[in-house]
Design a protein around this ligand. Structure first.
Ligand SMILES: Nc1ncnc2c1ncn2[C@@H]1O[C@H](COP(=O)(O)OP(=O)(O)OP(=O)(O)O)[C@@H](O)[C@H]1O
Ligand SMILES: O=P(O)(O)OC[C@H]1O[C@H](OP(=O)(O)OP(=O)(O)O)[C@H](O)[C@@H]1O
Ligand SMILES: [Mg+2]
Length: 393
């Protein structure tokens, strides 16, 4: 018996490459789409703008979440990478990043970012992996440029009531083998994930399932009698607990966090997109690699740099990124330049900071200075190489 899928998707979107400059306060390169119906008769003053609409856009477009829990953290992350998003006012949906020329930032709902990447109206975007997977539906044009932006961490997970017939049900297997679910009375699941939900159930052999959808507060559905189970995002688990719901073993559909994505078509065909992506990626990686790392410098007495290095490398927490940097400290004694001390610099994670300082002192380190790291730029970013490979370059 086949799973009954009662989901209908109501949205559709139009492909458009047209642009117009309709934001008077911003430079002419800021442009928006015109979706005017055929009968639309524009005021003569905007006729010339609509003429401009027919041209192919040249600016590169980055979509960022306009609202919701990811909006603020996205701006903070970019700011920490010295990419400050400059918005004329909070209700305006277009902005720029002065450090990245020819780039427009468009604030959109996360799901619309994914849709607009597919329709060619955006080139790059930041959304949760859950939104990309749900609305991208396996579209091969969408490529993940950075998969680990370290915020928006959550999982898409099935949850069932703690009580009643579900009291002793603790796994997907248990749920699937409950005799209650039949073709006439399927397991009713409430979810906003109307693509991933049915796909997961089918792949996991759950036969009698039907779906209903809502935009929020799904955790209320079982208690209201609308659904038997829900499929929704969970992070702390508080909302589930407060509503007497529990997750089950094998019920996690997807682990998610914020990701940077690009349209392969844009990356390979639109001039400048690849360069901008490289710059954003380098800044993101350098910042995220440095987050939580500290530079520790100290002076150490010794007869040679090698002798100091030997001492340092006996201590586990002092090896640094590639090994310690050791430089001679030149002092003048009775008119002669001598080296009795060496300055050492190492990079240590926050967790190992105090242990490292103690170890440094124990081998004769003095004048220990600690400062947070802002960026760590490697020779080349592994993600960049992987992106080029996926783009066939
Ligand atoms: N509880 C959570 N903890 C951490 N990240 C979450 C959580 N809920 C959602 N997210 C992440 O944040 C993204 C945006 O969620 P948010 O609820 O802010 O917007 P939305 O669901 O798209 O908007 P709306 O609910 O108004 O349709 C999600 O796609 C997901 O990646
Ligand atoms: O495990 P927790 O930490 O309790 O978080 C889970 C809740 O967070 C999300 O809702 P959100 O706050 O985004 O509200 P929404 O339903 O309006 O999108 C999600 O839909 C859950 O309801
Ligand atoms: Mg939400």
């Amino acid at each position: 018996m086949a799973t009954s899928f009662e989901i209908h998707t109501f949205f559709h979107f139009k492909s458009s490459t047209a642009t117009s400059s309709l934001y008077p306060k911003l430079p002419p390169r800021f442009s928006c789409q015109s979706n005017a119906p055929a009968t639309f008769a524009p005021h003569p003053a905007i006729n010339s703008e609509l003429e401009f609409c027919k041209q192919e856009r040249t600016a590169i477009r980055l979509g960022l979440p306009s609202k919701g829990r990811m909006a603020e953290e996205t701006l903070t992350l970019l700011k920490n990478c010295q990419l400050v998003v400059r918005q004329v006012n909070p209700r305006q949906y277009v902005a720029d990043i002065p450090q990245l020329s020819n780039l427009e930032v468009w604030f959109q709902r996360p799901k619309d970012i994914v849709r607009k990447l597919q329709s060619g109206d955006l080139d790059l975007g930041i959304v949760g992996l859950d939104t990309l997977t749900e609305y991208g539906q396996g579209n091969e044009d969408l490529s993940v440029v950075h998969n680990d932006l370290e915020y928006g961490g959550c999982r898409l997970s099935i949850a069932i009531p703690m009580y009643g017939i579900f009291e002793n049900i603790n796994s997907l297997e248990d749920l699937a083998s409950m005799p209650q679910w039949t073709n006439e009375r399927p397991l009713r699941v409430a979810t906003g994930f109307t693509y991933l939900g049915p796909k997961f159930m089918k792949e996991n052999g759950l036969k009698h399932v039907s779906f209903s959808t809502a935009d929020g507060a799904l955790e209320a559905a079982p208690a209201m009698g609308i659904a038997d189970a829900i499929l929704d995002l969970v992070s702390s688990g508080t909302t589930l607990r407060e509503n007497y719901l529990k997750e089950i073993k094998g019920g996690v559909v997807l682990e998610s966090q914020a990701v940077l994505i690009g349209s392969k078509k844009s990356l390979t065909q639109r001039p400048g997109v690849l360069d901008v992506t490289h710059e954003i990626l380098e800044r993101l990686e350098a910042h995220l690699r440095a987050a939580g790392q500290y530079t520790v410098t100290a002076n150490m007495k010794g007869n040679s740099a090698e002798e100091v290095a030997e001492k340092i490398l006996t201590q586990e927490s002092l090896s640094g990124l590639q090994g310690p940097t050791i430089s001679p400290v030149y002092c003048k004694h009775s008119g002669k330049v001598k080296v009795n001390f060496y300055a050492i610099a190492i990079c240590v994670p926050r967790k190992a900071l105090y242990t490292s300082v103690k170890q440094l002192r124990s081998i004769g380190g003095s004048g220990v200075l600690v400062s947070p790291l802002t960026y760590i730029f490697e020779e080349e970013t592994p993600r960049w190489r992987s992106l080029l490979k996926r783009l066939g370059m």
